[in-house]
Ligand binder design. Structure first.
Ligand code: NAP
Length: 246
């Protein structure tokens, strides 16, 4: 049922950011449809919830987007365990993002697409850049308004069905009793393309400087940060304890 504010689509409703986004949009009076990979599993998860999100499968993205005024493309095939070659994951991301953008264009109702990018595009020369370039090129060529956001560091409690990869990675020091040095060793073996500081180098330094990004554009648009690092970790740890992950 469409509401006064209209209908919006969120891809990847089972994800960490996607599930919170749906929660907020419903709260603000939008009618929300989400695309998920596993329809029955998500319906089971939503049982008992007071929210009234419509569910569609990823294969029917075109139908889900029909009649929407906005689309949040937050689904991502990022493989935290590194099981697939980066080229395959990149191609899947580009095909997925372009498929969503084409559906937005065809709908004739979508006014704006919000796409979540990653800090990796800024910090490291990586294939993530290829995805961003493909998205921005398509939007410029076809006159579709696309806003890209870099949620540089998101950690906190979660309401999605699975333990989010980003929270798991952020809390690796607690969850797997992993030290920073062993994490660096593991990551550089797995992802030699990134310039991860060596175990010995980390032991020597007291700080590590990474290229900075700024939130100025976001703040100029009226965005206000409500939580600091302390609250983010406190609430994430509390949530993991409640869900028996810690
Ligand atoms: N969280 C952060 O700290 C952070 C930081 C920077 C950028 N971001 C960006 O923000 C976006 C959302 O991140 P997140 O942390 O919410 O990720 P997440 O919790 O891992 O959620 C990913 C979502 O994408 C879906 N998905 C995975 N592979 C897919 C595929 N092949 N086809 C269709 N859907 C697929 C997942 O579905 P299943 O549940 O079926 O697996 C899930 O709904 C991503 O673009 C990410 O790069 C996140």
């Amino acid at each position: 049922m469409a509401t006064e504010k209209g209908k919006v689509c969120v891809t990847g409703g089972t994800g960490f950011i996607g599930s919170w986004l749906i929660f907020r949009l419903l709260h603000r009076g939008y009618s929300v449809i989400t695309t998920v990979r596993s329809d029955p599993a998500y319906q089971e998860h939503q049982k008992g919830s007071k929210s009234s999100v419509q569910i569609s499968t990823t294969q029917k993205a075109e139908a889900a987007i029909e009649g929407c005024t906005g689309v949040f493309h937050v689904a991502t095939p990022v493989d935290f365990e590194g099981k697939e070659p980066v080229e395959i994951v990149t191609k899947r991301s580009i095909d997925g993002a372009l498929g969503i953008l084409k559906a937005c264009l065809n709908s004739k109702t979508v006014k704006r697409v919000v796409y979540t990018s990653s800090m990796s595009t800024v910090q490291f020369p990586s294939n993530m850049e290829d995805i961003d370039e493909a998205v921005l090129e398509f939007s410029e060529k076809n006159g579709l308004e696309v806003v890209t956001l870099i949620p540089s560091f998101v950690v906190g409690p979660f309401i999605c069905p699975k333990f989010p990869g980003s929270v798991r990675t952020t809390l690796a020091l607690l969850l797997d009793e992993m030290t920073l040095e062993s994490m660096a060793e593991f990551l550089s073996a797995k992802y030699p393309e990134f310039h991860i500081p060596s175990k010995d180098y980390l032991k020597e330094i007291t700080w590590y400087k990474i290229p900075s990004v700024t939130s100025k554009k976001l703040i100029d648009c009226g965005f206000k940060f409500e939580y600091g690092v302390e609250e983010m970790f406190r609430d994430a740890i509390q949530c993991c304890k409640e869900k028996d992950y810690l």
